[in-house]
Design a binder for this molecule. Structure first.
Ligand code: GLU
Length: 409
């Protein structure tokens, strides 16, 4: 299979030893349920696109759609696999799903992006639906893209169907809470980690790679909570100031210049340099494979929190573990986004209005529960396995138990 998916295979193979999984169980966990692939034709351009359901034992596929020049089948498969685990760990009634279109939306007109969004739904509408597979935003897609996709879907099926997609604008059935929910979930987990490790919040320094939906929002939350943010970056580079960055000014710079690297009160650094800074907590909020065997031994952070999907490779995990750097895995740390997607989906299905203050509390409760369950496995195994493996144990147990009940294994 494709190279990118090898990381998923490596992780499940090492889990096989920890959990005594049979080969049949491993095969089931690694096989994609449905791979849909086509080439979208937009203004004479051919854009490869995928939608993949990984496992659907727990419910319909669920997971975002990304627009990015590096999208590949192996990447979408890996992301769908992680969604299956993430949804399982969070206790949601979903399998895993993910989609992608391979093009760079940066610098393209809204008209072009709208055409790609509509072409995507035209191509895949048969495999999508509230009880089949439910997309959401991911890298470089947003509520407007969700609105175009919903509109195209409803035109095709001839009726309203808001539960077919989440992360929508509020007018179309979305929740205000969804816009910063990935960061909010990550922030709750960061606080749980800080408490569990007996750290003093006001003495901690933070570096954040990525200043998109997850990175920019968590920077704001951490700043307001009194942590010192010493470095941030985006795809065009980063900025660092060991006395702490003024977050409001950095955000204004990003808004005005399109990159945090244009901020002047600090030293310019590259994304690679940011990863290697001496800091207490490193948040990875960009793309996959940022810490690999190439740079893992140079990482100096004490804790790493994965807000992106798959930012640390399996080989890097081993190096970080041997250096006693604690990594809070993506399927736990960034699950706030899909949890709030679930609230939105449920509300759309029932046609009932849910109180957002209640949902905010519910999100906190669910994140804390996931954290304590993962920490429990970690402690029960005498800290002999890392937090990622502990989270995978729980996620895989739930999927396999559903597979068994269905008679699939
Ligand atoms: N794309 C987000 C993720 O990777 C959200 C998925 C969703 O809300 O369905 O978790």
């Amino acid at each position: 299979m494709e190279d990118v998916f090898l990381a998923a295979e490596a992780r499940i193979k090492s889990l096989q030893r920890v959990m005594n999984l049979t080969d049949r169980e491993v095969d089931r966990l690694l096989s994609s349920e449905k791979i849909s692939h086509t080439e979208l034709e937009v203004e004479g351009e051919k854009i490869p696109a995928w939608r993949i359901i990984h496992n659907n034992a727990l419910g319909p596929g669920k997971g975002g759609i990304r627009f990015h020049p590096d999208v590949s089948e192996g990447e979408v498969r890996s992301l769908a696999f992680w969604m299956a685990l993430k949804n399982s760990l969070a206790g949601l009634p979903y399998g895993g799903g993910k989609g992608g279109a391979k093009f760079n939306p940066k610098g393209r007109s809204p008209e072009f992006i709208q055409k790609v969004s509509r072409a995507y739904v035209k191509a895949f509408h048969q495999v999508l639906g509230p009880d089949k597979d439910v997309p959401a935003p991911d890298v470089y897609t947003n509520p407007q893209v969700m609105a175009w996709m919903l509109d195209e879907y409803e035109k095709i099926i001839g009726q309203h169907q808001p539960a077919m997609i989440t992360g929508k604008p509020i007018e179309l059935g979305g929740l205000a809470l969804r816009s910063d929910s990935t960061a909010r979930g990550g922030f709750i987990i960061a606080n749980e980690l800080i408490n569990a490790m007996n750290e003093n919040k006001t003495e901690l320094t933070v570096a954040i790679q990525g200043f998109g939906n997850a990175g920019a929002h968590i920077a704001r939350m951490l700043d307001q909570d009194g942590l010192k943010i010493i470095a941030v970056s985006d795809s065009r580079g980063g900025i660092m100031n060991e006395n702490g960055l003024d977050l409001a000014e950095v955000s204004e710079t990003k808004e005005r210049e399109g990159t945090v690297a244009a901020y002047t009160k600090g030293n310019k650094i590259s994304n690679e340099e940011l990863l290697e800074l001496k800091t207490d907590i490193l948040f990875l909020a960009a793309l996959e494979n940022q810490i690999t065997k190439e740079n893992a031994d140079r990482i100096q952070a004490r804790y790493i929190i994965e807000l992106a999907n798959g930012p640390v490779s399996p080989e890097a995990d081993e190096v970080l573990w041997s250096k006693k750097i604690m990594v809070v895995p993506d399927i736990l740390a960034n699950s706030g986004g899909v949890i709030v997607s679930y609230f939105e989906w449920a509300q759309n299905k029932v046609g009932n209005l849910l109180d957002e203050a209640y949902l905010e509390r519910k999100l906190e409760e669910m994140m804390k529960l996931s954290w304590s369950r993962v920490l429990d496995v970690f402690e029960k195994k005498d800290r002999a396995i890392d937090l990622r493996t502990s989270a995978y144990v729980l996620a895989v147990e739930r999927i396999l138990s559903a597979e068994r009940l269905r008679g699939n294994i």
